[in-house]
Design a protein around this ligand. Structure first.
Ligand SMILES: Nc1nc2c(c(=O)[nH]1)N[C@H]1C(S)=C(S)[C@@H](COP(=O)(O)O)O[C@H]1N2
Ligand SMILES: [Mo]
Length: 335
């Protein structure tokens, strides 16, 4: 993992992650891993959004990390351009309340996801590019500059969090790929291996997990390829070693554990669109005024706070992305 020096303009690390808490969590995780004991959940988990989630979070925390897997620290300068309107989500909660259907259709996939082998990891770039190629994850890291960004995340299930991601702009990968002029869409694909991922043994799902965005969206400054969280290497359950963060879209667009990036002339159909076309579509921009067929999107639960807060159009990122959708007002941006 590349370690980069702090730049002068960097906001001190502790403003994102209070140092004391940070050290404490590491100690807690380590202790849990060593003893395997079920420890009292930290405060954040006690205030989880609903009792079932709390129970799951507590269980996940109780079963927590294998200390051998404790991710190394990644120091990347914080980009001060991306600010939050809410506190960061407690790390222990963010890493133990996850969606990663490859490892199960519940929030406690933390444990199962440890089976994922992330080293070595190769990413294939293909489709409408000058020359298709494969690149190893470590080689890719040598070609980009890592930074930290504080981003909001809004799941279509109406829970939300705020996370310090480490990574690099997706545009850097698009530039490396050298797409042809006819490429209008980018499709991302997650690993597929039924031997390690129990979800892959369920034929009901249209594996592999794929997602798609336009090239214009992919080159928007907000589109971010994530390699770490909370100043550490990305935990497997969060989509190691490489996942997307598209903070203005519902969370399912932020595809995890990417192995293939394809440039296409036609709009691809994603995993969720293939599974439930009446509920999930291509754009999936966060929009409080367009309810999911089965629930309202007007408000969201901030993980760990128990608070319901109003949902914001484009998850509050309209200043960065609204221009992308000029002329598309006729389409339901949700779908
Ligand atoms: N490959 C893959 N990527 C995925 C998912 C998934 O099930 N498989 N779930 C998505 C959903 S619905 C959300 S909300 C986010 C959750 O990310 P987190 O677990 O890191 O919070 O990952 C997204 N990316
Ligand atoms: Mo989600």
């Amino acid at each position: 993992m590349t370690v980069r020096r702090k730049k002068g303009w960097e906001i001190p690390e502790r403003e994102a992650t209070p140092e004391a808490l940070f050290l404490d969590r590491r100690r807690v995780l380590k202790a849990l891993g060593v003893s395997g004991a079920i420890l009292a959940a930290p405060a954040a988990l006690r205030f989880a959004t609903d009792p079932a989630a709390e129970r799951r979070g507590r269980m996940a925390a109780g079963k927590a990390a294998n200390p051998a897997e404790t991710p190394e620290l990644v120091q990347a300068p914080r980009n001060p351009r991306y600010t939050l309107d809410r506190p960061l989500t407690e790390e222990l909660l963010a890493i133990s309340y996850n969606n990663f259907y490859e490892f199960g259709s519940h929030k406690g996939i933390f444990r199962a996801a440890q089976a994922l082998v992330t080293d070595p990891w190769t990413i294939r770039i293909d489709g409408a590019v000058e020359k298709p190629f494969e690149i190893g994850f470590e080689d890719l890291l040598q070609k980009v500059a890592l930074e930290e960004r504080l981003y909001r995340h809004r799941c279509v299930e109406a829970w939300a969090m705020a996370v310090p991601w480490t990574g690099f702009p997706l545009k850097a990968l698009v530039d490396l790929a050298r797409p042809l002029g006819k490429a209008k869409y980018v499709r991302f694909q997650t690993f597929q291996n039924p031997e390690i991922a129990p979800g892959h043994r369920e034929a009901y799902y249209p594996w592999p997990y794929t997602e798609g965005i336009t090239v214009a969206e992919a080159t928007n400054e907000l589109a971010f390829l994530v390699t770490g969280a909370y100043g550490k290497t990305l935990p497997k359950q969060m989509g190691a070693p490489l996942r997307l963060a598209l903070p203005w879209k519902y969370g399912f667009k932020s595809i995890k554990s990417i192995v293939r990036v394809s440039f296409l002339e036609n709009r691809p159909k994603s995993f969720w669109e293939a599974l439930q076309p009446r509920e999930y579509g291509f754009w999936a921009n966060v929009n409080p005024d367009v309810p999911h067929p089965r629930w309202s999107q007007a408000r969201e639960k901030m993980l760990g706070t128990g608070k319901m807060i109003p949902t914001r159009l484009f998850n509050g990122y309209g200043a960065f992305v609204a221009d992308l959708y000029k002329g598309l007002e006729g389409e339901r941006l949700y779908t």
